[in-house]
Design a protein around this ligand. Structure first.
Ligand SMILES: N[C@@H](CCC(=O)N[C@@H](CS)C(=O)NCC(=O)O)C(=O)O
Length: 252
């Protein structure tokens, strides 16, 4: 018999949140084991036994140890009974298109989002200096990805990716990614996202479709957002750099 599913995660990590929300929404019985990136726990020898790549998330299910959130979501949607078909359809054409979105995500939306957030906000909190040049390059990738989302992936009849009427694992993964932009200065976040009306609506639709689990998993991010806002107003008032840190020496 398979033991209980173990999910190794840090909720400040967007792919970790996607896996947690999927498990919670679908009533999968699992144990969440926090791997605190701010304490560099992902680099411990114990965690390397679970995931030799030393990133979160990862799962252990029976003798299976699995890293990479997309592979994890595909496995969970396929291995657990009673998961609604819309998450990862059995129809091969639909499944292939979802895989296509997931592959695209890594080097486009995720690349742009992570590098923009690290180089504008998360950097100092994670021991990495801000780089306006790297941020400008990341912004180009991010804007191009958002416009591809708007014009191509969200160009179907339904409210979700590929014209879906209900969310798939790709909706969950990509929306969790974009949510990382919550930590930005509001004027940057709004400048980046506000031109993409379909994207904004799709974020809301994905939240609604997966709540209360979506908001519950994002609470930590909302807390970090307000901490960063307070830091920014302190810097604006006093001209001094923030001393308190959120996160670790890692990419979120
Ligand atoms: N492609 C991987 C990305 C995993 C990843 O980059 N995780 C980050 C947190 S979002 C991490 O563990 N960073 C720790 C580090 O770089 O040391 C996935 O989808 O699971």
């Amino acid at each position: 018999m398979m033991g209980k599913l173990k999910v190794y995660a840090d909720r400040m990590s967007q792919p970790s949140r996607a896996v947690i929300i999927f498990c919670r929404y679908n009533g999968i019985d699992f144990e969440e084991i926090k791997v605190d990136i701010s304490k560099r726990q992902q680099l411990s020898p114990q965690y390397a036994e679970v995931n030799p790549f030393q990133k979160v998330p990862a799962i252990v299910h029976g003798s299976l140890k699995l890293s990479e959130s997309h592979a994890i979501l595909v496995y969970l949607a396929s291995a657990f009974p009673g998961i609604a078909d819309h998450w990862y359809p059995t129809d091969l054409f639909k499944r292939a298109k979802i895989n296509s979105v997931l592959d695209w995500h890594h080097s486009n939306l995720r690349y742009g989002t992570v590098n923009y957030a690290v180089n504008t906000v998360l950097g100092p909190a994670t021991g990495v200096p801000l780089s306006p040049k790297a941020a400008a390059e990341a912004e180009k990738v991010l804007l191009s990805s958002l416009s591809k989302l708007e014009d191509i992936w969200l160009n179907g009849d339904g409210p979700f990716l590929l014209g879906g009427l209900k969310p798939s694992i790709a909706d969950l993964s990509l929306v969790c990614e974009i949510m990382q932009l919550e930590v930005l200065d509001e004027k940057d976040r709004s400048r980046i996202l506000s031109p993409y009306k379909k994207v904004l609506q799709w974020i809301e639709d994905t939240k609604t479709a997966t709540n209360p689990h979506f908001e519950e998993a994002h609470n930590i991010l909302y807390k970090a957002k307000s901490k960063f806002e307070q830091q920014r107003s302190r810097v604006a008032e006093t001209g001094t750099e923030p001393s308190n840190k959120i996160g670790g020496h890692a990419k979120m």
